[in-house]
Ligand binder design. Structure first.
Ligand SMILES: Cc1ncc(COP(=O)(O)O)c(C=O)c1O
Length: 407
């Protein structure tokens, strides 16, 4: 037996528990419909909120950048130099977010790893929402600061925990997702900022699912709540509404200058490819020109959420185009997803460790590229599957609806 074979047992265990993740193969670009495992299906899984992942404008920008800069950025930017397209993207992102400055990383995950351990360390306290994204959790782990989890979206619990823990802390950071990626609910940022100001803590928000979605023309959660200048650090991703790949941080110039000197993913990982950077510039340009796509996204999300609720599904606390159908049992969620796929709907089940055990769900991601007839088709297939698998009973929907304990 090879030393590595213990992993086979672990994989068997995942299969037994309904936690084994089967990755479907997509033959073509992301969009409302695509071919997955050889079958044409309606796509409810991608974070491509505005349809930019296959936008002719973005593709043209990427091709032009390849012609001008080649395909690779050579090495880490501090060693091989920064290509002008990276600087253009950073300027554009800061302008879009109404922030003083920005730094681009290779992904949103890396952006969190670049900020949290760089600005906090031993002797510091981090207050982190209990449902924060894995990349925030890992950033906190790397920081060596003491991490205190507060109850999800609960500013009162945060206040109480700060009071209990703050003695002797050198500095304090409050960190939250802006839009929670598995629930689609929005952080109560004004309340968190108020608590932060009361105790002199810094605030950081990961706006991965808020930019291109919330605020004026998709400027994100800080703009949505009118808090510009009051939140020290915003993290973003170029992989969701912007349709490309990459991550970034916006904030005061001093923060960005420091991250360029000390942020490990910036110092030790090669810069974004020029094509990705140029496509992201083009995405921001489209958003700077108007909010047509953002409006369509919201109209679609509201229509679909309303349809699911009317059919008797529990969509939890969803307020955004992230719309979970909460089923609880992992095997049931996996079966539900397979039934949907048989009916030409691609909506993956999400289970532990992405969400807590016993809180499995089908997560629907709505996009501006969906048409009303697509959403009607999906509602019909969800209802069929819901009836077949017995998840539309009156008791079940009344137990689940709007009750955070069930998420
Ligand atoms: C809240 C949040 N932060 C960060 C990330 C990571 O972003 P990226 O895919 O750009 O690495 C995600 C993606 O799932 C996310 O949902």
């Amino acid at each position: 037996m090879a030393k590595i074979d213990f992993l086979a047992k672990e994989l068997d265990l995942l299969r037994e528990q309904g936690l084994f993740n089967t990755i479907r193969t997509i033959d073509g670009p992301q969009g409302a419909w695509f071919v997955a495992d050889g079958k044409r299906v309606l796509n409810l899984c991608s974070n491509n909120y505005l349809g930019f992942a296959n936008s002719p404008l973005l593709k043209k920008a990427a091709k032009q950048a390849i012609n001008k800069y080649g395909v690779g950025s050579g090495a880490v930017r501090t060693i091989a130099g920064t290509q002008t397209i990276h600087l253009e993207l950073e300027k554009k992102l800061a302008e879009f977010k109404h922030a003083p400055a920005s730094i681009v990383l290779q992904g949103g995950f890396n952006a969190n790893l670049a900020v949290i351990p760089t600005i906090t360390g031993e002797g510091d306290l981090i207050f982190s929402d209990e449902l924060n994204h894995a990349s925030i959790i890992d950033g906190c782990r790397l920081s060596k600061a003491r991490v205190v989890r507060y109850l999800h979206n609960n500013a009162e619990d945060l206040r109480k925990k700060i009071k209990e823990e703050m003695k002797d802390a050198r500095r304090m950071l409050i960190v939250t997702d802006g839009v929670f990626s598995m629930n689609g609910d929005i952080a109560p940022l004004p309340d968190l900022v108020e608590v932060a100001d009361e105790f002199g803590a810094m605030v950081m928000v990961d706006d991965a699912h808020g930019e291109g979605v919330l605020g004026e023309g998709g400027r994100g959660i800080v703009n949505h709540f009118g808090l510009e200048g009051k939140v020290e650090i915003e993290v973003g991703t170029l992989s969701k509404a912007f349709g490309v790949v990459g991550g970034y941080v916006t904030g005061p110039q001093v923060l960005i200058d420091y991250l360029k000197q000390r942020g490990r993913p910036f110092l030790f990982s090669t810069g974004l490819s020029p094509a990705d950077a140029a496509a992201a510039v083009a995405a921001v340009d489209v958003l700077l020109q108007g909010d047509k796509l953002v409006k369509k996204l919201w109209a679609n999300a509201e229509y679909f959420r309303g349809g699911l609720k009317a059919a008797g599904f529990a969509t939890g606390e969803s307020q955004t185009p992230i719309i979970p159908v909460i089923l609880g049992d992992e095997k049931l969620a996996s079966e539900f997803s397979k039934t949907l796929f048989a009916g030409r709907i691609f909506a993956q089940s999400i289970a532990y460790p992405t969400v807590e055990r016993g809180k499995a769900r089908i997560r629907c991601m709505i996009s501006a590229v969906h048409e009303k007839k697509d959403l009607d088709f999906a509602l019909e297939k969800f209802t069929e599957a819901g009836k077949r698998l017995g998840v539309l009973t009156a008791e079940r929907s009344s137990v689940n609806s709007g009750n955070r304990q069930n998420i």
